[in-house]
Write a protein that binds this ligand. Structure first.
Ligand SMILES: *[C@@H]1O[C@H](CO)[C@@H](O)[C@H](O)[C@H]1NC(C)=O
Ligand SMILES: *[C@@H]1O[C@H](CO)[C@@H](O)[C@H](O)[C@H]1NC(C)=O
Ligand SMILES: *[C@@H]1O[C@H](CO)[C@@H](O)[C@H](O)[C@H]1NC(C)=O
Length: 365
């Protein structure tokens, strides 16, 4: 009895935010849909401007839950530029919270609306969101031989030609690093060995395709690459071995007290265009990540453990940047739920939106 109460209270900690984040999706998409219709007669750049604003509202709400609600401490090593830039964001990948980390950095640069993702093809089946991410400039890619370079180029060019600001998030490892799934790590290491590349322990071997296509297609449009290394505190087990990173529900249950984010800005002119040199450059960036993470997880020196070797700054996010978006989306959702017709529209948006989204995303990509 007591135990089940404890379990319920625990799961409430993430059901509450999850319900609000998912529950406001229909109102959000309907608002977006109205703007999409109105904007058909306007230039694409104006559409994108407002689309980015709308996206920013939703993601600010997400950050309200992932930062203010969880009370996680964000520790940043390195200087985030003050002004907005067009960038490709490259990060190590260990869990779904990594997507939110990109938002966390972007909001500190007032660029939250410009965040777009390169996503694994399977994610296009996410109800509503799968389709919407693509609308907002996200790109779905298939692995290795099935990777369609032409399609990715076309979509990126379409956006750069209309001057759409870019904060394109790519996880070059292609899949999540999970220390508990040893076979994936072993395969990735064997691949590195075969290619004559340094073997990495705390990340997978990066794949160059998506990053290279993105950077080369948008080179004239881009200012920099943000090279980001993330470590979640609280992921060492009793014998000090690295465990898997927190999932979104675990994170919302406040399982992670601190996120450590190592940030390097690399000017676009420093990045070699030729594929072979680019590949080496990317691998070197991951060797640096691997060293940082090795220190973080394995250092014998307790002063160096569970931190990165560089000056650290705690970076709180003020409530006024996130709370208004919760009010706005809540305010749009409540009227829908309070009337009979509103509820019908709400359910229809979920069902029809998901189905139409699936059709659309499969035809257009
Ligand atoms: C790749 O994408 C292009 C443009 O979207 C398309 O015309 C082509 O058929 C695709 N190729 C494959 C192999 O799917
Ligand atoms: C760019 O994308 C928009 C929709 O996102 C589409 O209507 C338009 O035809 C595309 N333009 C080009 C040149 O591909
Ligand atoms: C959430 O907002 C409060 C009030 O502005 C602030 O004190 C706190 O540091 C924020 N939390 C995080 C994790 O940034």
């Amino acid at each position: 009895m007591l135990l089940s109460l404890v379990v319920h209270t625990y799961s409430l900690r993430y059901w509450f935010p999850a319900t609000i984040m998912l529950g406001t999706a229909p109102a959000y998409l309907l608002s977006w849909g109205v703007w999409r219709m109105l904007s058909t007669v306007l230039p694409a750049s104006i559409y994108h401007k407002i689309d980015d604003r709308i996206y920013c509202i939703y993601q600010s709400m997400v950050l309200f839950f992932f930062e203010n609600y969880t009370g996680v401490e964000i520790v940043i090593y390195g200087d985030i530029p003050k002004k907005k830039e067009n960038v490709v964001y490259l990060s190590n990948h260990q869990c779904t919270v990594d997507w939110i980390i990109a938002d966390m950095l972007a909001i500190r640069q007032s660029a939250l609306g410009h965040v777009r993702y390169v996503l694994k093809d399977g994610l296009k089946w996410l109800p509503l969101y799968g389709w919407y991410f693509s609308q907002h400039g996200g790109i779905y890619v298939k692995r290795s031989a099935k990777f369609n370079e032409t399609a990715m180029r076309k979509k990126l060019l379409n956006q750069t030609q209309t001057g759409t600001p870019m904060y394109l998030v790519i996880f070059p490892e292609g899949t999540r690093y999970n220390p508990e799934i040893k076979s994936v790590i072993a395969d990735s290491q064997a691949f590195a060995k075969k290619q004559g590349l340094a073997v990495l322990k705390h990340t997978l071997t990066p794949r160059m395709k998506a990053a290279h296509v993105a950077i080369e297609t948008m080179r004239d449009h881009l200012d920099a690459v943000y090279d980001v290394t993330v470590a979640y505190e609280g992921t060492l087990d009793g014998s000090s071995r690295r465990r898997s990173a927190p999932s979104m529900p675990e994170f919302l249950c406040k399982e992670c007290p601190r996120v450590h984010i190592h940030f390097d800005r690399v000017d676009i002119n420093e990045i070699p265009p030729e594929p072979e040199f680019f590949r080496r450059w990317l691998h070197e960036r991951f060797e640096i990540k691997d060293r940082l993470l090795t220190d973080f997880y394995e250092s014998q020196n307790l002063e160096k453990k569970t931190r990165f070797p560089r000056e650290a700054k705690a970076s709180p996010l003020r409530l006024y940047r996130t709370l208004p978006s919760v009010m706005i989306l809540g305010g749009l959702t409540l009227p829908l739920l309070l009337t009979e017709n509103g509820r019908k529209l709400y359910v229809r948006t979920w069902v029809c939106g998901t189905l139409l989204g699936w059709v659309w995303v499969n035809l257009s990509l």
